[in-house]
Design a protein around this ligand. Structure first.
Ligand SMILES: Cc1cc2nc3c(=O)[nH]c(=O)nc-3n(C[C@H](O)[C@H](O)[C@H](O)COP(=O)(O)OP(=O)(O)OC[C@H]3O[C@@H](n4cnc5c(N)ncnc54)[C@H](O)[C@@H]3O)c2cc1C
Length: 483
């Protein structure tokens, strides 16, 4: 019987960051994710901002984790092969009262070294499309944006490359303790054994803790809706544009993405559980919020909408604490914003807490860096020619909008962890993410997933259980004919 040193429950950015961090040490690590893939929870639907130190929340655990994370960024980007968009951010004040907020922020000891308050003229020199009624702006050059999928999947791949076992489709439902180790029971009847368990089940973390007999405060859920604008809008704004934040959130903003799209949103609305629907009212609120910052934002270039849900504790802070009943179980709950930014700090902190309870953290000397897979659309003409010469699949375009080739689809299906759904492919290689939102590649992919991934056309899912892509038996034949 194998006994893992640590079992991590939840393959969001936090669970994957902890797995990757612990993989630097000589340990047997297991990550259990209930969905068919990693990055299917809160981590798949957010703004992707790596908030700079100017935006930390003093006097909170989330603030502490945020600051810790900053010192990890450059090392993590190098080891994971990630290139965030180093775009900076402008916070825009439209009145004297709002400008006072900017002055208070700049006096904080933790403000980014080169951050500065700007006059309207200076703001417009940086971002000419900002509402000319601007009163003052606060420029912070250290803010970055990543693809939250790219970050989470890179962490999972980096962890797997270094021996972490990632098992998807494993919903943890119960724990039994023998004194020396834990027996972890999953809903499909399988069981695993580990010395420590880290519960980072996101929106389900409190429910899981309660299943294990621990009483954590209940979570409330706050939805944020977004518009995604076509890549044609690349360069419309260069920085992240924030309004002055409210007590509840950082507000409705405009953010460029590393892939060239623009994100508009999110609003902040209470919702029931993990309801990620978008609504007319919510999107109208986003529209109004964005137009206040940038009046001529090109809303006729919207290619899709989505929403994400913040799982929040009553204190609006992170909770990272050992279970009162099982001393080798660590719960993480209420990991809302800036959880993506703070993931490295959280991972380091979790490592320290486990070490204090006896987990031996001996750094290994054979840790492997993840080498990112090249995207065809980013290659020069010469590189494209070379790739096609080596393997003709590089010359077969599957997604026209994002120029994704058959070679990239095959690679994503064989990755560790592999894509098992159309959304899993989208998050890795951007099929379905372009202007046509899958109208073209959606005709080819079912057959490719069948022949290369062993996923029968009639069983193919868009995003997980129940989301069958091909609904009628006679449609299967249609896909079979496409070459
Ligand atoms: C609208 C919005 C905007 C945001 N913007 C930003 C931002 O710009 N910058 C930033 O830093 N942060 C941002 N955040 C916060 C950030 O997205 C989250 O803090 C972070 O993604 C939380 O990650 P997680 O791993 O805790 O949760 P999740 O990603 O939800 O991962 C939890 C995982 O656990 C799995 N799971 C649940 N129960 C079980 C079980 N019983 N067994 C096995 N697996 C289980 C789930 O399937 C899921 O995959 C934003 C959040 C939202 C909602």
């Amino acid at each position: 019987m194998k006994v893992y040193d640590v079992a991590i429950v939840g393959g969001g950015v936090v669970g994957c960051a902890i797995a990757w961090y612990l993989a630097h040490c000589s340990l047997d690590i297991l990550l259990l994710e209930k969905r068919e893939d990693v990055c299917c929870g809160v981590s798949k639907a957010n703004t992707g901002i790596l908030h700079s130190r100017s935006y930390w929340t003093p006097g909170t655990l989330k603030g502490e984790m945020h600051l810790r994370s900053l010192s990890w960024f450059e090392r993590a980007f190098r080891e994971l092969g990630l290139s965030p968009l180093r775009c900076g951010a402008l916070t825009l004040a439209f009145s004297r009262e709002e400008a006072r907020y900017l002055e208070v922020s700049t006096k904080s000891e933790e403000t980014s070294a080169e951050a500065a308050i700007l006059s309207p003229k200076e703001v417009l020199a940086i971002e000419p499309r900002v509402n000319p009624e601007i009163y003052a702006g606060y420029f912070d050059p250290e803010t970055m944006v990543v693809s939250p999928f790219a970050l989470t999947i890179a962490l999972a791949e980096g962890a797997a490359l270094n021996g972490v076992e990632i098992h998807c489709g494993k919903e943890v439902i119960a724990l039994e303790s023998s004194g020396r180790f834990l027996r972890i029971c999953c809903s499909d009847g399988t069981a695993y054994h580990a010395r420590f368990l880290v519960n980072c089940a996101g929106a389900s973390a409190v429910r899981l803790a309660q299943n294990l007999g621990d009483s954590l405060p209940s979570l409330s859920f706050f939805r944020g809706q977004y518009f995604v604008l076509d890549r044609e809008c690349q360069g419309f704004v260069r920085c992240v544009l924030y309004p002055v934040p409210t007590e509840k959130s950082k507000g409705i903003l405009v953010a460029p993405t590393p892939e060239g799209n623009l994100l508009l949103g999110p609003n902040f609305e209470p919702t029931q559980g993990e309801d990620t629907a978008t609504t007319r009212e919510g999107l109208l609120e986003v529209e109004r919020g964005v137009q206040r910052l940038v009046p001529d934002v090109p809303l006729d270039r919207v290619i899709t909408t989505f929403s994400g849900v913040r799982p929040a504790l009553p204190e609006r802070d992170f909770l990272i604490a050992f279970s009162p009943s099982l001393p080798c179980v660590l719960h993480l709950a209420g990991i809302e914003s800036p959880g993506l930014t703070a993931c490295f700090g959280i991972a380091e902190y979790v490592g320290e807490l486990l070490a204090r309870r006896g987990l031996p953290l001996r750094e290994r000397n054979d840790f492997r860096f993840r080498v990112p897979s090249r995207a065809f659309r980013e290659c020069s003409l010469e590189e494209r020619e070379r790739l096609i010469r080596e393997d003709p699949d590089w010359g077969k375009i599957v997604c026209r909008c994002e120029e994704v080739t058959l070679a990239e689809v095959k690679r994503a299906l064989r990755a560790n962890p592999p894509a098992r759904t159309l959304d899993g492919l989208k998050r890795r290689i951007r099929v379905f993410a372009g202007r046509c939102q899958g109208s073209f590649c959606g005709m080819h992919l079912p057959r490719i997933l069948e022949s290369e991934g062993g996923i029968p056309v009639h069983g193919l899912q868009k995003s997980g259980p129940g989301s069958f892509y091909v609904l009628r038996r006679d449609e299967v034949a249609t896909y079979a004919e496409v070459r």
